[in-house]
Design a protein around this ligand. Structure first.
Ligand code: EPS
Length: 397
């Protein structure tokens, strides 16, 4: 099974990830990793930091002659901004210069509970690790599971369906058409838009909304649509709480900074309808075998993959670092004061879609490894082909 850890502070020397449990024989190029890092850096509404960074991963272990070797892969993404922070973030000697302590927590951020929980007299260490900069390491880590899945015909893609007040319909025929070529086609199309939206009117509205809140020193959240194609029937399980694929997928989405809601398909809409308008009826034909009239369940039934496209949605709250201050207080004087500004983004929803894709990849890869096992890509490929064949033959008259 694939496990990974990330390390690193937003303004420290680097971010790192160790990815353990990847099978051997997966072809990986530098471009496979760095192209995902580049995608994460894009998006209308990003702040000044993205002008400083140009994220690239150094591979320190686990890959030889362009293929994984089954041992842990270590990835390092250096922070260019580190050179501006060597005093504030000095690792050992406390610098002679005065390093200003941060004592005013920003509402909505980890600042207050983190400062109290870890017993600091300064909020800086909380800001450094709770920052969404950490997602650079997660995207690098996730890119490896992604290439593993792609080699097996399983793809993950996303687009943004809402930013603030601007929204577009989810799962339109245009989306279905793109998904027919694999979920990555959807991402390629979405990546052409500065806000990763597909509908031009929604895109214009979103960019105008970002400009407007940016002028007011405010921020915007949004909704991300995520799709996984090529997953055969029977990944995940209903037999135990910790083997339920629904929970693992939603857990991965909610592990992302500022993601506060997630659903499978249109779960919240479905909750308002009778069952007859929700469940996806079966049809059997000699030509197509088993088919469905709809996929309102989002590709998951009984916490297992149904064989249809998996569809997840994630809600991102507006970033909690605002240029226009919110009411706060000083933890040293216990006097009310306005919150301070820490450089941030006006809107990072487009980037969060890329992060969400990366967060889902190891979950699906693990569901596959749980079902099929195997230590080398070729071995797993053979087992997956046999499984796909078995499922298809089950429904042939
Ligand atoms: C980010 C880097 C950060 C922020 C942002 C995302 O860099 P800095 O703090 O130096 O500007 O721009 O972080 C947050 C949104 C957050 O909540 O902390 C990045 O690399 O994505």
């Amino acid at each position: 099974m694939i496990r990974y850890l990330t390390a690193g502070e937003s303004h420290g020397p680097a971010l790192a990830a160790i990815v353990e449990g990847l099978p051997a024989g997966i072809p990986v190029t530098q471009h496979d990793i760095d192209s995902q890092l580049l995608r994460r850096q894009q998006g209308y509404g990003r702040g000044g930091r993205m002008k400083i960074e140009s994220d690239k991963a150094e591979v320190l272990s686990g890959i030889r002659f362009g293929k994984t070797i089954g041992s842990p892969v270590t990835l390092l993404v250096r922070n260019r901004d580190w050179q501006n922070w060597t005093v504030t973030m000095a690792q050992f000697e406390k610098p002679e210069q005065d390093v200003a302590k941060i004592t005013v927590p920003r509402p909505g951020h980890a600042d207050l509970a983190g400062r109290i929980k870890y017993g600091f007299d300064d909020i800086r260490p909380v800001i450094e690790r709770s920052s969404a900069r950490e997602t650079a390491a997660r995207v690098a880590a996730g890119s490896l599971s992604r290439v593993f899945l792609r080699a097996l015909g399983i793809e993950i893609g996303s687009y943004v369906s809402a930013i603030g007040p601007a929204s577009e319909a989810a799962c339109t025929p245009a989306v279905e058409e793109l998904l027919a070529n694999g979920a990555e086609s959807l991402s390629i199309e979405a990546d052409l838009s500065p806000v990763r939206m597909l509908d031009k009117r929604a895109e214009t509205g979103a960019m105008a909304a970002i400009d407007e809140v940016s002028n007011q020193g405010d921020t915007l959240g949004g909704i991300i649509e995520l799709f996984i194609t090529g997953v055969p029937m029977g990944f995940g399980s209903y037999v135990q709480h910790d083997r339920r694929l629904d929970a693992a997928l939603i857990g991965a989405l909610l592990s992302i900074q500022a993601i506060k809601g997630a659903e499978i398909g249109h779960a919240f809409d479905n909750a308002r309808k009778p069952g007859s308008q929700v469940h996806d009826e079966f049809t059997l034909s000699a030509r197509d075998g088993l088919a469905r009239r709809s996929n309102r369940a989002g590709g998951l039934e009984g916490s297992m993959s149904s064989g249809l496209t998996i569809h997840l949605r994630a809600a991102m709250k507006p970033i909690s670092s605002l240029v226009s201050p919110l009411q706060s207080f000083d933890l040293e004087t216990l006097q009310p004061t306005l919150s301070r500004f820490e450089r941030s983004d006006t809107c990072a929803v487009p980037a969060a879609g890329v992060v969400a894709e990366a967060a889902l990849a190891p979950v699906i890869a693990n569901a596959l490894l749980e079902k099929l096992g195997g230590d080398h890509l070729d071995e797993i490929k053979n087992r997956l082909e046999a499984w796909r064949r078995h499922v298809a033959e089950t429904f042939q008259a």
